[in-house]
Design a protein around this ligand. Structure first.
Ligand SMILES: [Zn+2]
Ligand SMILES: [Zn+2]
Length: 364
């Protein structure tokens, strides 16, 4: 047994939490640590992380006047995070509890031991109850309820739900959906869009989801800059193409009373395997303070909807993310692959085209 097993994971968990903080939370933490609260957002976060790494080697030397124990820093960040996101504390769940709720064959992600489970599910419940699934993103570590995010056709017949080979939470999926956008923060965290009931005769009822999200002055000021925008997005849970925006059928979005067109296809037409929807930009319709968003739709599938502030990457920045030829595949192969993806390709190639998109998205 190593004496300090949680050091690295505690640090990276802390870093993840800081990413979720607004300037207000960062300043809160800095104030509690007695550090300067001046500077840009990234500088504030870096200052907190620097305080943590400072003490990596000096944990035993806590008697200096201005020395704050690393644990204290972690605890302050933790408490602030809890206040920000979750009414209840993160729930500690032992591996046994996680496994016992699952009626699936053991998979790698279920055999990892989970000390503290960070639950962030579109249903809004932060308790780890029932079967859980963990996001594959190594930086994310979020767990979600299997019943909320994995909808297999079999589950209706009480046949055990099969977990997919790879699973990404909604935030990690939207982060990979468009290389031209980098998520900065989430004024509205992902929220479940419940399925609509479709009657036997095919008639449908329109359902409304109404949410209010706050926009701070700092965020509003950030949005004055050309490269920042606020965007509403929606993804289909359990989408066969994981990294894309996907709106329900008959979608209509209103932001502060203004109607927005969300899809270019017919509202009655399903999104095909090679299609992608867009996330409308809300920048000109949002104001400082509370903003109201209403989604009406009629679709029997489950979706997750959120609002994010994102920074645009230039074409040059996106191109620089593409692996160089000598690090990856030959240009001719890549070109053939992109042609398959874009053009649809022959039947035999189709299975491979989605996973290619996934590989490209993951390398971003
Ligand atoms: Zn849930
Ligand atoms: Zn994730």
């Amino acid at each position: 047994m190593k004496p300090e097993p949680a050091d690295d994971s505690a640090l990276s968990a802390c870093k993840d939490k800081l990413k979720n903080f607004r300037i207000k939370e960062l300043k809160d933490v800095l104030q509690q640590l007695g550090l300067s609260r001046q500077g840009k957002k990234q500088e504030l976060a870096d200052r907190i992380m620097a305080r943590l790494s400072d003490q990596q080697d000096q944990v035993s030397n806590l008697n200096g006047k201005h020395m704050v124990a690393k644990e204290k820093v972690l605890k302050i960040v933790d408490d602030t995070y809890t206040k920000l996101h979750e009414p209840a504390n993160p729930v500690a769940v032992s591996r046994n509890q996680v496994d016992s709720g699952l009626s699936v064959s053991p998979k790698k992600k279920l055999t990892e031991s989970a000390q503290v489970v960070k639950v962030r599910c579109p249903c809004g419940n932060s308790m780890a109850n029932g079967p859980m699934v963990k996001c594959d993103d190594p930086q994310c570590n979020v767990w979600q309820h299997v019943g909320c995010v994995i909808i297999s056709e079999k589950s209706a017949d009480n046949v055990p739900t099969e977990l997919p080979a790879s699973f990404y939470c909604d935030i990690c999926r939207i982060n990979r959906a468009d290389p031209f956008w980098v998520t900065v923060n989430h004024p509205l965290l992902p929220t479940a869009v419940a399925p609509s009931k479709i009657a036997d005769d095919g008639s449908y009822t329109v359902q409304y989801l109404e949410k209010t999200f706050p926009l701070s002055r700092a965020n509003r000021e950030m949005l004055q800059k050309a490269e920042y925008d606020i965007q509403v997005w929606c993804i289909l849970l359990d989408d066969k193409v994981p990294f894309r925006i996907h709106w329900p059928l008959h979608s209509d979005v209103q932001v502060n009373g203004v109607h927005l067109r969300v899809v270019n296809r017919q509202i009655t037409q399903q999104l095909g395997a090679n299609g992608r929807d867009d996330g409308p930009v809300l920048t000109e319709y949002c104001k400082e303070g509370p903003n109201k968003i209403v989604l009406s739709r009629s679709d029997s599938r489950m979706f997750s909807l959120g609002v994010r502030i994102a920074k645009r990457r230039s074409l040059q920045e996106v191109l620089s993310l593409v692996p160089k030829e000598h690090d990856g595949e030959k240009f001719d192969y890549a070109l053939a692959r992109v042609r398959r993806c874009v053009g649809g390709g022959a039947e035999a190639d189709k299975a491979d085209s989605d996973s290619d998109i996934e590989v490209v998205a993951q390398s971003l």
